[in-house]
Design a protein around this ligand. Structure first.
Ligand SMILES: NC(=O)c1ccc[n+]([C@@H]2O[C@H](COP(=O)([O-])OP(=O)(O)OC[C@H]3O[C@@H](n4cnc5c(N)ncnc54)[C@H](O)[C@@H]3O)[C@@H](O)[C@H]2O)c1
Ligand SMILES: [Zn+2]
Ligand SMILES: [Zn+2]
Length: 363
């Protein structure tokens, strides 16, 4: 088969590799029908994730059809259309039993496209299939589903749920990339009073408005002042960090009100200062997290009901064989306007979309 292989920092190729086969009785083999590229894949290619060995097939998000199942697989059969989650779960370790699949100690967690061959390929072997793939209802099309492999559960769990976004809250989302936009879209399910998006790129702020931000401000134009003005000087109830650089994390901790919450989603490569000399007296809660994907079934039901137009973030489509072109477009997002790129064959044709207009605006 063909697959997108990491060959070492700065080196990748779309090339022939052996077809994957069942290695463990809990495995399935999935034919990849839709796949996307994550910012994390770009980090891997830069050499920021040294655990990824040269020769690894990248990708941790996909939709496809089950071709083969190991003898212990109970929840899916050949022919089923499934979502392949970015997180696999052994289901037996302490963390899996607490729904913290991201922390799995039994061989799961983030393994696809990291520690084992991933989804940017014609076929993928998925370990621990019973808890790592989700059968897809016919109402959910491939473009919506593939965004539920990583970015929507990440945004929802690590941003909205950890931040305890509630009715009437003032929510500030710093960083309006795919993750920040998905935070805005899923936060709206809780009816916050006001959502303010902060980014450096005008195109991202426009996208933030389209998914439901009430106000947008450039990170260069004193966003702290705006938040202060809009909250009578108090600060925001919830601030979500969706960038991953020290400046933005530190800004989040300055924008939060006493007793408020800062939910960090960004992946940080450098230390960020924690100003306890200012924060100790403010009763603030700061959370961190790796996605667990425990919310994927809930998000799938929301998509099936027409309440979460996830695929509004898809800006570009490619055939699977155009992987290198898709990477080029995705990695030059500032020039190309790319949010999410989806690669794959024809869209799922059994889709029965609700006739009612979707409740949230599309990007
Ligand atoms: N915790 C997790 O489990 C998890 C999972 C997936 C991704 N992530 C992380 O979430 C973060 C966001 O992901 P993404 O795919 O949306 O990334 P992205 O790079 O597409 O988006 C980041 C956005 O931040 C903006 N930005 C850059 N510097 C800024 C600043 N100083 N202030 C305000 N905005 C600024 C950029 O213009 C961009 O729009 C990344 O760090 C990613 O690695 C975390
Ligand atoms: Zn990812
Ligand atoms: Zn486990």
């Amino acid at each position: 088969m063909k697959a997108f292989v990491f060959q070492g920092p700065g080196q990748t190729s779309w090339q022939d590799v052996p077809d994957p086969g069942i290695k463990d009785a809990a495995d399935v083999i999935v034919r990849v029908d839709a796949v996307t590229i994550c910012g994390t894949d770009l980090h891997i290619i830069k050499g920021d994730v040294p655990d990824v060995a040269p020769g690894t097939v990248l990708g941790h998000e996909a939709v496809g059809e089950v071709m083969e199942t190991g003898g212990d697989v109970r929840t899916v059969r050949p022919g089923d259309r499934v979502l392949v989650s970015c997180i696999a779960a052994c289901g037996r370790c302490r963390f899996c039993r607490e729904n913290r699949y991201g922390q799995c100690r039994g061989g799961g967690g983030w393994v696809l496209g990291h520690l084992v061959d991933g989804t940017q390929a014609e076929y993928v072997r998925v370990p621990f299939a019973d808890l790592s793939v989700h059968p897809l209802p016919s109402q959910v099309d491939n473009d919506d589903a593939v965004l539920l492999a990583d970015i929507f559960p990440t945004a929802y769990e690590v941003g909205v749920v950890n931040g305890h976004v509630g009715p009437g809250d003032t929510l500030v989302v710093v960083g309006a990339g795919p993750i920040g936009l998905a935070v805005i879209a899923t936060a709206r399910l809780y009816t916050p009073g006001r959502i303010i998006a902060v980014d450096l790129a005008a195109s991202r702020l426009t996208a933030a408005r389209a998914v439901g931000a009430d106000a947008t401000v450039s990170a260069d134009e004193e966003p702290e002042r705006l938040v202060e003005d809009l909250t009578d000087g108090l600060g925001a109830d919830v601030v979500v960090e969706a960038v991953g650089v020290p400046e933005s994390f530190e800004m989040c901790t300055r924008m939060v009100r006493p007793g408020g919450r800062v939910a960090n989603v960004g992946v940080h490569g450098k230390p960020a200062a924690l100003h306890l000399e200012d924060l100790w007296i403010k009763d603030v809660t700061i959370t961190t997290g790796l996605v667990d994907t425990h919310s994927t079934p809930l998000l799938l039901r929301m998509v099936a009901a027409g309440k979460l137009p996830a695929s509004g973030l898809v800006t570009h489509r490619f055939e699977l064989g155009q992987m290198e072109e898709a990477y080029d477009v995705f990695s030059r997002a500032a020039d190309t306007g790319a949010l999410k790129v989806v690669l794959g064959g024809p869209r799922h044709d059994a889709v029965d979309r609700p006739a009612e207009p979707l409740s949230a605006p599309r990007v």
